[in-house]
Design a protein around this ligand. Sequence first.
Ligand code: ZN
Ligand code: ZN
Length: 300
Amino acid sequence: MDSESVEPIVRPVNRGWVAVFVIGPFLAVIAGAIMTVKNGASWVPLMVAAVYYSLTVWGIGLGFHRLFTHRAFRANRVIEFGLAFLGSMSAQGSVLRWCAVHRRHHQYSDHDGDPHSPHTEGEGVKGLLKGMWHSHMGWLFRENPPALDKAVADLAKDKMVMWVDRMFPAITLFSLFSPALVGWLLTGTWEGTLATWIWAGPIRIFLFHHVTWSVNSVCHLWGARPFKTKDQSRNHPIVALLSFGEGWHNNHHAFPNSARCGMAWWEIDISYMLLWTWEKLGLAWDLHLPEAALAERRRN
Ligand SMILES: [Zn+2]
Ligand SMILES: [Zn+2]
């Protein structure tokens, strides 16, 4: 018998590293607050952090989420690579694992089998509190759902995606430490280097972690439900603003392969604005958008 073991496509959960990337950025927030009280805030670290934040939000929202998980549009290969790389810089798991877990979320939304629903942890106040913790961060420490490899069999055929997936640890190190180099180049001082590193490195990772996790927790608990869906997905304007559009989450569950998450004119979807620009420039095409008649029929 050939007993050769097959390497899994989706990486297993490493709880130690999850703990490091949950606790480390939290400690950085405390250190950053102390540094700001002592030395005051300066523009360079905040501006660099804003750039890193925006790029990684687009990497997750447009890349991992709308492009790779849902195939909501097609794009130039350089854009695809850029989005895969930038999404990996957010330290939210490698591209294949992120997409596999998210596809499971849509498959079982708020029912048994959903990896991070706030509604599967029991009844009453205790169940709700457990669900809030589980959907926000607790799920990160659980084993992968079974047979995740099948969920991303299509993506695993893409050599570029596989390469970025395998480079995930190196990309994470780059994401964490390159802000120090940028800080040194822009300020030329040790104080500037340290402040730029802490704001654009771990604090930026902390902020975007909690914004993404809020899509799983807040956006399945609180907010409007303009569309009929079989789950508890909700639109939350603050999460939507911070996530550049993904927080219009009831819209998204109603139309998962739509390239835009904001549906009404006032539902600001910053990621869709960028995608729309790329389409006009010929860098993205085949944008899926729900037909107006279908959208009307699905309204609550
Ligand atoms: Zn959801
Ligand atoms: Zn989705």
